[in-house]
Structure formats: structure tokens, C-alpha cells
Design a protein around this ligand. Structure first.
Ligand SMILES: Nc1ncnc2c1ncn2[C@@H]1O[C@H](COP(=O)(O)OP(=O)(O)OP(=O)(O)O)[C@@H](O)[C@H]1O
Length: 339
């Protein structure tokens, strides 16, 4: 992996006063699975639409394989497969007929259509349902047919908008497996937008966290985890046997420990640095059995929480400033009072 396939530079989209995407700088490399994470309204779909050349940026540029996404939308369409959050099919046609329709739209020969649709249906394990009307398909089957549909084009790059939305755990597992195959076995580049955290943790090489149109963090999950870890105090969950006042007092006297509290049947130990190995050897040498030891933070939930809380606090501060400015403006220019 090395060659940059998708690149955005200062990419911005405004809808009137609203900035849906703000100065987005992103580089996605060949073969990577990149997760664009963020809550509803963060700007993920708008970013995708700009990459597909379906909406024009207000500023900045986006390129895929060196092609400008806005000026060369047709060129982009040839190499990028797009799976929308709710792929639409002709309900009265079968899965196979729907794929053939896509094949014809893409100028494939009938022979090629048969070959590719057989392969794709096999890939997404829909052979048995291939000749049933898509109106009878479940959500999971429609998503898998959506992937088969994307594969008809044999695209180098696949962009998926909220692909796992509404899937049951089994449907989710199957879809994640397919995505991994398409990247690791086929060498395709995948951009997945989602507000569902755990899927991303499992399959993405890198993630970008998107809040209010801003990319607030970008990197490998582990790196982002370290960033969280560095900026917060260490918090350790600990269950020991025996669990008595003596051990509580002994742990509280350990170097680096700033506080210890009992939460249910476990202790939560706050410290200034990572004390896991020090604590393990102390407890071991004093004949305590460790039943549970877990450093809080550093997982995707903690990363997400930290960035979201920070971004939300900043957004609130900006909104408050704007309100104060408005009130001041009213008072100065319109003679209105502040409430
Ligand atoms: N055509 C539009 N006109 C006005 N505002 C829009 C338009 N499209 C999107 N927005 C606004 O831009 C912001 C980003 O929307 P976007 O759909 O890109 O977010 P998202 O992260 O994809 O969330 P969701 O999953 O809810 O679609 C939102 O505040 C949305 O209301």
C-alpha cells in the first residue's frame, strides 16, 4: 500500500449559511479500507456526493486516480462503484435480471454479463435467490445484491454509504466479510461511511472521525487510541480475590496511584501513568488473584466519545459566541436589550 487513490484538498461544501463539509484534506491509499465515521448530519454523504461528482464543491478539490471528481464525473463513474445506503432495484425483476440491467447500462456484452453476474451472485452467496424477484428480498439480501451490482462494473474503488444500516448481526457479519475480501483479496480500495462504530473497528485500516463537517481525527485506530490515552489520566478496572479493605489500602499506596474507588465488585484505580505491570507483580507477590484487569479508554468508543465531546463543546462555545455577538449587535444597532 502506498499509492494515493483518493485525495481531497480543502474540500468544502456550503448550503447557504450551513457548512456541510469544511476544508477536508484526505488521502486514501490503494487497497485500503477507510472508514469515514461520524454521527448523522456530520457531512459524510455530502463528501461522498462530491467524490462521485454528483454535487459540486463550494471550494477545494477532490481527485480519484488523479481525475478531478467534478470535471471528470464520467471518468470517475467508470472506475468507482457506489453503494448507496438504500440501493434501489426493480422489484418486479429478479436479482439476476437487475444485475443484467446494470451490465447493459455499463455497455457489457451479454456473454460478459452472464459471466460477471454468475461470479458476483456466487461471491455474495445469492445463487439460490438469484431468480427470485427482488421485491421478496430481505434487507440483508438487498445489501448483498447491492454489492453484486457494484461488482458488475469490476471497480477499482468502492464507496459505500452506511452499508450496514438496519442489518441483523448475521447480515452484518456477512457484509463485513465481503468488504474485507474485496479489499484484501481483490486489492480494491474501499471508502465506507458509517455511524456504527464496531464494524469499523473490525475491518478498517484507517478511520477519519467527522463531526459537524470537520475531520477532527484521522489515522489507525491504535494511533487514535494512543492520542486518547496520552491526553487523559489512566483508569484501570481491577477485580482481585480476596477483595478487602487491606488490598484497597495497599493499592492506594502504590507509586503513581492518584485515587481508588469501589464500583460494585471491582476497583477503579486512577493513576498518572500505566501501572498495570507494576500492580500485577505487586498483587502476585502478595498472593492476590487478579480476576479482571482492564485499562479504560483507548478503544473506539473512548476515541469517539472524546472527539465528539470536544467537538460538541467547541460547537456550543461558537454558538454561544454567535448569540452574544447577535445580542450585542441588536443592542448597538437596533436598540434592542439583552435578555
Ligand atoms: N441539499 C442540502 N441542502 C441543505 N442542507 C443540506 C443538504 N444536504 C445536506 N445538508 C446538510 O448538510 C449537513 C451534512 O449532511 P450529510 O447528509 O452530508 O450528513 P451525513 O453525515 O451523511 O449524515 P446522514 O447519515 O444523516 O445523511 C447536514 O446538516 C444536512 O442537513
Amino acid at each position: 500500500m502506498g499509492e494515493v487513490i483518493i485525495q481531497t484538498s480543502g474540500l468544502t461544501k456550503r448550503y447557504g449559511e450551513k457548512i456541510a463539509v469544511n476544508q477536508l484534506n484526505l488521502s486514501i491509499k490503494k487497497g485500503e479500507i477507510f472508514g469515514l465515521l461520524g454521527p448523522n448530519g456530520a457531512g459524510k454523504t455530502t463528501t461522498i456526493l462530491m467524490l462521485l461528482g454528483l454535487t459540486e464543491p463550494s471550494a477545494g478539490t477532490a481527485t480519484i486516480c488523479g481525475m478531478d471528481c467534478t470535471r471528470n464525473a464520467l471518468g470517475i463513474k467508470k472506475i468507482v462503484g457506489y453503494l448507496p445506503d438504500n440501493p434501489g432495484f426493480y422489484q418486479d425483476l429478479t436479482g439476476r435480471q437487475n444485475l443484467a440491467f446494470t451490465g447493459r447500462l455499463n455497455g457489457l456484452s451479454e456473454e460478459e454479463i452472464k459471466k460477471r453476474s454468475d461470479e458476483a451472485l456466487n461471491r455474495v452467496r445469492l445463487e439460490d435467490a438469484a431468480d427470485k424477484k427482488t421485491g421478496t428480498y430481505s434487507k440483508g439480501m438487498r445489501q448483498r445484491l447491492g454489492i453484486a451490482d457494484v461488482l458488475m462494473k469490476d471497480p477499482e474503488i468502492i464507496i459505500m454509504d452506511e452499508p450496514t444500516l438496519g442489518l441483523d448481526p448475521e447480515g452484518m457479519r456477512e457484509l463485513l466479510e465481503l468488504m474485507t475480501q474485496m479489499s484484501k483479496e481483490d486489492g480494491r480500495t474501499l471508502l465506507i461511511s458509517s455511524h456504527q462504530l464496531y464494524q469499523v473497528q473490525q475491518i478498517c485500516d484507517r478511520v477519519g472521525i467527522f463531526v459537524n463537517g470537520n475531520l477532527v481525527a484521522c489515522g489507525e485506530i491504535e494511533d487514535l487510541g494512543h492520542q486518547v490515552q496520552d491526553s487523559t489520566k489512566y483508569s484501570l478496572e481491577l477485580q482481585v480475590d480476596p477483595c478487602d479493605d487491606k488490598v484497597l489500602a495497599e493499592i492506594s499506596r502504590q507509586p503513581g496511584v492518584s485515587s481508588i474507588q469501589k464500583e460494585g465488585n471491582m476497583f477503579v484505580v486512577e493513576s498518572k501513568y500505566d501501572i498495570r505491570s507494576q500492580l500485577t507483580s505487586f498483587l502476585g507477590s502478595h498472593e492476590y488473584t487478579i480476576q479482571h484487569l482492564h485499562q479504560r479508554g483507548g478503544d473506539l468508543d473512548a476515541i469517539y466519545r472524546m472527539y465528539f465531546e470536544r467537538a460538541e463543546a467547541e460547537a456550543e462555545a461558537i454558538a454561544m459566541k454567535a448569540t452574544q455577538k447577535g445580542k450585542l449587535h441588536n443592542r448597538l444597532f437596533r436598540g434592542g436589550g439583552t435578555k
